[in-house]
Design a protein around this ligand. Structure first.
Ligand code: ADP
Ligand code: ZN
Length: 517
């Protein structure tokens, strides 16, 4: 039998394995059940293609992305490998060729969309033709709670039982919870051999900025990168159209993209982005999976993503060619409120909500990080051996100060008004402002009234934002978004713990603040 190293160079044209590939290739070739979590662009496909050639029989590859399947099949065929795909886009000749290859026993890799598994004809065929391995790409699509859920992925577990062959699952979603779900649904709960590695994308520069005038901030960021391909992610469909228009007015080639568009228009946008240089796509999260453009030079978030996972995936679309790429994520209190409300008002069961809040908290922690973004981000994925030098906080370390007193004053204003108010009114209390609401509620007689005059309104907003970022307070949807204290704030309130706040967001909270880049 030809060795893996020979196939690697002769068939795939690579001199060496990338980090992590060899171990995965060996385990899959040996017929172990495998769950491999690799970042996008890490070289997953080789990890099932090469074993498919090493093993006898057919490897079935399940993938939700028809365009990517077709690309892989074409590349394999050009390399002389007998591979085929059964997808809805096939011509009759293509389908016939696949069947012929199967009947002859030549076919090594059979790609198919998960929908195919719904047909009993397909299942019977797979039982007959000597399948020796199932490979599942984008395995996180089996997670009912992720935004990429594909119901047909739930059939893969059945297929594995019916064929009784090893299964290798691949995804770029590292989240511990999603992993648990993959193990349950694809492997019937029996832990496969897991490979997790290489989540760092050292060529991607990470930066966050507090949201000030978002459209201006995005325009400035794009202006400094004119002529480069980029993506702007927005929280709403309407905003994608607005920002795309503003970018065009500023002389950029820009188009919007969201799930409300006709399928044809979406495909046109995808194709243009793929083929043209220097186009900006302003999109909701609907844009992304299946985008395979290696030279995206930047990704900006006009709104905070919904979780640290989503953040990682979205920025990860930049710089897949390995050349430097830049990112900027804007965030403000409205984002935090919106994301919390979405979680609380969503359909997910309570235990799921807690997990979603935790993922959001992890992202807020990253947004409010006091040292290296990259280290903070990768710690979430259990990677601790990280060197950086390419994030806003390594570029210019933040100045922190002891914010315990400020935070205690803010908490006190909240508690003395029974946690029934939002940041705006609480700040009026702290500043000793005379508003109608203060008068009506008699809040000028509170002991906290006017105790916060050392800061102005914007500085207090920064304090409240950082408090939300540290999950000391949360807006309560049942109280119209009034802020309520979390247990995490108790030690500070009791003077048992101190908290550091970022001075820059406090000090520079003046007018017309612009992002550094
Ligand atoms: P993903 O993990 O996103 O599915 P791919 O399998 O598409 O990644 O691989 C990403 C890129 O890396 C492809 O262009 C592929 O040809 C290249 N690649 C994969 N393995 C190697 C290797 N060992 N040496 C060099 N390039 C590789
Ligand atoms: Zn850093």
């Amino acid at each position: 039998m030809t060795s893996a190293a020979t196939l690697l160079s002769d068939v795939f044209g690579f001199d060496a394995f990338r980090a992590g590939q060899q171990e995965i290739v060996e385990a899959v070739t040996d017929g172990e059940n495998v769950l491999a979590i690799m970042p996008t662009g890490g070289g997953k496909s080789l990890c099932f293609q090469l074993p498919a050639l090493m093993r006898s029989g057919v490897t079935v590859v399940i993938s939700p992305l028809i365009a990517l399947m077709r690309d892989q099949v074409r590349a394999l065929q050009e390399a002389g490998v007998c591979a085929g795909a059964l997808t809805s886009g096939n011509t009759e000749e293509e389908t016939d060729a696949v069947w012929d290859g199967l009947e002859r026993g030549d076919l090594k890799l059979l790609y198919m969309a998960p929908e195919r598994l719904a047909s009993s004809g397909t299942r019977d065929m797979l039982r007959r033709v000597g399948v020796s391995l199932i490979a599942v790409d984008e395995a996180h699509c089996v997670s009912q709670w992720g935004h990429d859920f594909r119901p047909d992925y739930l059939r893969i577990g059945e297929l594995r039982r019916a064929l009784d062959v090893p299964l290798a699952a691949f995804t770029a979603t590292a989240d511990a919870e999603t992993q648990v779900e993959i193990v349950q649904k694809l492997f019937d709960g029996t832990a496969p051999r897991a490979f997790l590695r290489g989540f760092d994308r050292p060529n991607i520069h990470l930066a966050f900025a507090s949201k000030d005038s978002p459209r201006r901030q995005i325009l400035d960021f794009a202006a400094a990168r004119k002529g480069q391909s980029g993506i702007v992610y927005c929280g709403t469909r309407a905003k994608t159209e607005g920002i795309a228009g503003a970018l065009r007015d500023a002389g950029h080639a820009a188009m919007h993209y969201h799930g409300g568009m006709e399928a044809d228009d979406r495909r046109i946008a995808e194709r243009r982005f793929q083929q043209e240089d220097g186009l900006i796509v302003v999109a909701t999260v609907a844009f992304g999976m299946g985008v395979d453009k290696p030279d995206i030079r930047w990704v900006a978030h006009a709104d905070l993503p919904k979780s640290i996972e989503a953040y990682y995936q979205e920025i990860g679309r930049a710089g897949r060619d390995g050349a430097p790429a830049e990112t900027l994520t804007l965030f403000g209190p409205e984002d935090i409120r919106l994301r919390r409300t979405q979680i609380d008002e969503g359909l997910a069961p309570p235990e799921r909500r807690a997990a979603d809040h935790a993922r959001l908290n992890a992202l807020l922690g990253l947004a409010e990080a006091l040292e290296c973004r990259r280290k903070t981000l990768l710690k979430y994925f259990d990677e601790t051996d990280v060197t950086c030098g390419s994030c806003d906080l390594c570029d210019a370390p933040v100045d922190v100060f002891d914010g315990t007193t400020a935070v205690r004053k803010a908490l006190s204003a909240m508690l003395r008004t029974d946690e029934w108010f939002g940041a705006g009114h609480l700040i009026d209390i702290l500043l000793g402002n005379e508003t109608d609401k203060i008068r009506q509620r008699g809040h000028s007689s509170l002991p906290t009234y006017g105790v916060g005059k050392e800061y102005d309104k914007r500085q207090w907003q920064a304090v409240f934002r950082q408090m939300m970022g540290h999950d000391l307070v949360r807006p309560d949807p049942e109280r119209h978004g009034a802020l309520r204290m979390t247990d995490a704030a108790l030690p500070i309130l009791r003077d048992e713990a101190k908290i550091s706040l970022r001075r820059d967001t406090i000090k520079s909270a003046g007018k017309n603040r612009r992002p550094a880049a």
